[in-house]
Design a protein around this ligand. Structure first.
Ligand SMILES: [Zn+2]
Length: 455
């Protein structure tokens, strides 16, 4: 069999891998490239493979960098089943719809086309089949897939493929594992990543392969500290939030902090249609979540009386006339688009205000510039001097750090797999590979884009 890396090699986004056996072709993830300039057209490019020749697709989780090109895959002739967990299917629906509206705006500004239309999203969803964690699915003759909880976002999985010995170079049955994105352990509302008990070949993300996050246990205290500091000086706290998972974790922690009266009951705006819709899906999928703390008096883990969900444009604009100290949670998380830009335009130059970064900021995004301490940034062609204070709580990251990734890889006692590192900037992967060597994991490959391996 052959494995080709069609994305998430030189960068974090654009996850897309193709496994070819004698019985067919399996695509694992079909994600969009993110973090490029607003008018980049990479996601409009033709696939470097024949979409109609793909037999089946498997999706690790709903994030756009893992699902964003699925409608184009269908539009270009793919006619098989797209397997994903049931919550991933629900979340993919809202992610693709939301992204289409964002891309429409960009396409109009930049004068280029769209990678897909509404009808392609509908067709794509019709191809999706929801499966359960731990369910064995024969996706091709001689290839059995299983989805395991990755603890990254609701419904996220790493996928194992048990391959018949007729297909492998060794002539023996082998297990391939695609990590997708791996979450942190001890995340408040998600189960820990299911331990990996066996893999012969592991394709593992390395987004934070060179970092060790803050202790998860202190993040709630840090959140309270930032809120109290900013509200105490009469300012507005902007939290550019990733709409799926980070936002629900934030709401959950704010719910607890408010219930315990550790922060004042200032207005909190959830100003992201995608995040509002995603929170509804989280409410519907409680059985997939783990709550280590009772919900405050209303019984809803993600809501409190001073929360304002501003779904419409008018509701969003009404935030501008609220001059009180407040918290605004708005997408998108890397500040490369979305409603957060309007709020940054308004508050980045305000020394009482603050920006709290709670997730990965890709190279070349506005979020990365702000995180790196830029004194001046450009938003909607206006130069803004950054006077707001910038805070960062890495423990909110949805990605496991070096310790977590090593823990995921290392239990394969005495049977260290062949390891491919993906999803990470090249320097990070190199440093992580060097670190793994000190831990006795030596068969590490950092694949390049379109590189093919015989397995
Ligand atoms: Zn992800």
């Amino acid at each position: 069999m052959q494995l080709t890396f069609y994305g998430a090699t030189e960068q974090v986004t654009g996850s897309c891998f193709l496994l070819q056996t004698s019985k067919g072709r399996i695509l694992i993830d079909c994600g969009a490239v993110q973090g490029e300039s607003a008018c980049a057209t990479t996601n409009l490019d033709d696939f470097p493979f024949d979409a109609s020749a793909i037999t089946v697709a498997l999706v690790t989780h709903a994030h756009f960098d893992h699902t964003g090109r699925l409608p184009k895959l269908v539009r270009d002739g793919f006619d098989g089943i797209i397997y994903a967990t049931t919550p991933t299917k629900s979340l993919t629906h809202i992610v693709l719809e939301d992204s289409l509206s964002v891309m429409r705006d960009q396409a109009a500004k930049c004068g280029h086309g769209l990678p897909y239309e509404e009808a392609d999203v509908v067709a794509c969803l019709a191809h999706m089949k929801g499966v359960s964690y731990g369910e064995q699915v024969e996706v091709l003759p001689g290839v059995v897939a299983m989805f395991h909880d990755a603890g990254h976002i609701l419904g996220s999985s790493y996928i194992s493929l048990d391959i018949d010995g007729h297909e492998t170079a060794s002539g023996k049955p082998e297990r391939l594992v695609f990590s997708g994105d791996l979450g942190n352990d001890d995340t408040p509302i998600l189960p820990d990543t299911e331990p990996l008990d066996h893999a012969d070949i592991l394709i593992c993300e390395a987004t934070y392969g060179d970092k060790v996050h803050d202790d998860m246990g202190t993040r709630s205290d840090k959140l309270a500290e930032v809120v109290n500091t900013v509200i105490g000086r009469g300012g507005t706290l902007l939290i550019p939030a990733f709409s799926i998972e980070r936002t629900q974790e934030l709401l959950y922690e704010l719910d607890i902090l408010l219930g315990e009266q550790k922060i004042p009951a200032v207005p909190i705006y959830l100003d992201s249609p995608l995040a509002i819709r995603a929170t509804e899906i989280y409410r519907d999928c409680k059985s997939y979540l783990v709550f280590d703390h009772p919900a405050s008096n209303d019984g809803d883990f993600f809501a409190f009386p001073n929360l304002h969900e501003t779904l419409t444009q008018q509701e969003s604009q009404a935030i501008n006339v609220d001059h009180r100290p407040k918290i605004i949670i708005a997408g998108n998380g890397m500040m490369s688009g979305g409603r957060i830009l309007h709020h940054l335009l308004r508050y980045l130059g305000d020394e009482k205000a603050a920006v709290l970064i709670v997730g990965y900021q890709a190279a070349f995004t506005l979020g990365r510039q702000i995180q790196d301490g830029a004194k001046e940034v450009d938003i909607y062609h206006k130069k803004i001097t950054v006077k707001a204070s910038i805070h960062n709580i890495e423990a909110f990251s949805a990605h496991g750090d070096r310790t977590k990734l090593t823990k995921f890889i290392h239990p394969l006692h005495g049977a260290i797999p062949k390891l491919f590192l993906t999803h990470g900037e090249h320097d990070i992967k190199t440093r992580f590979a060097d670190y793994l060597k000190t831990q006795g994991i030596t068969d590490v490959t950092i694949p390049r884009i379109t590189q093919t391996f015989e397995l």
